[in-house]
Design a protein around this ligand. Sequence first.
Ligand code: F6P
Ligand code: MN
Length: 335
Amino acid sequence: MPAGRIKLSEYLSQQLAEHPSLHRDLGKLVLDLAKAVQEIALLISQGALAGVLGSLESQNVQGETQKKLDVLSDEILIQTLRSGSLVAGIASEENDEPITNPKGGSFLCLFDPLDGSSNIDVNVSVGTIFAIYEANQQRSPELPDYLQTGRKQIAAGYAIYGPATMLVFSLGNGTTGFTFEAASGEFILTHPKIQIPADTSEFAINTSNERFWEEPVSRYINECKKGKTDVRGRDFNMRWIASMVADVHRILMRGGIFMYPKDNKDPSKPGRLRLMYEANPMSFVVEQAGGLGSTGRQRILDIKPESIHQRIPVILGSKNEVERVEQYHREHDRA
Ligand code: F6P
Ligand code: MN
């Protein structure tokens, strides 16, 4: 890697040169996604001035009220991907059914167009999460083609629209971060080879759900809260931004554990977060940075998806902490 400023396009060319097993068109697809991210970032940065805040009358397939920016971000991504012939099929958290690109392509792209949308109207960081799989070259994509295990992702990542807009992704050879430079209109490499420390003293969970948690989760969080005075022997800090992208980004930057565990709040939902649009791509990025992604009982990237909008429990971040939570689940299930 040459010294000095490295643009996203240069980084992608270098990666393709260094790793012959990478699909030759993968770089072009990441650049297309970066273009869409730039458009979404511009809208978000204008906030109320662009008239994009607030909700619509509509609900998505999950029964959630859609924000204007959810729908606009979804449209920008779909339009960008459908204008080219790289992506054969698109699945989005905001759409009931996957969308086929009549022009075809080598990839399937799944995304959460605007993650953390409850934060839009209050000017707190939100994001876009994406997962890329190889498409079947013999025919246009059908539903089962999308239901691949997370291990099969050939790339995944997210954009965070925060004080700075960043693009963080992995092509399967580590996790890398780029910062958007408005003056040049370029994403510049700022975070090469991100590594999550194996140990942490920071946890992220929505504690208002505490009474609905399972015992292993309550045990882990109680021990963190007791800090120095109990088995952990050190104090813990808590953060909860309520944008998965922002919480996971913090963990990539300085370690931590993020949990949206199984709870019994609504028995029809085994978790809050979506396997295909949130859990899988974020686990991929986290594991490529030395962390771990688990449901508490199974590695997320090994789950065989059953449906495109499936929800699952998510526990990810610093390896030793995630393994500890898994151990508490095993002990609980054995007893
Ligand atoms: O997309 C779902 C999501 O908004 C995540 O980004 C976030 O981590 C979580 O839901 C917030 O959930 P809650 O509203 O329970 O804090
Ligand atoms: Mn989301």
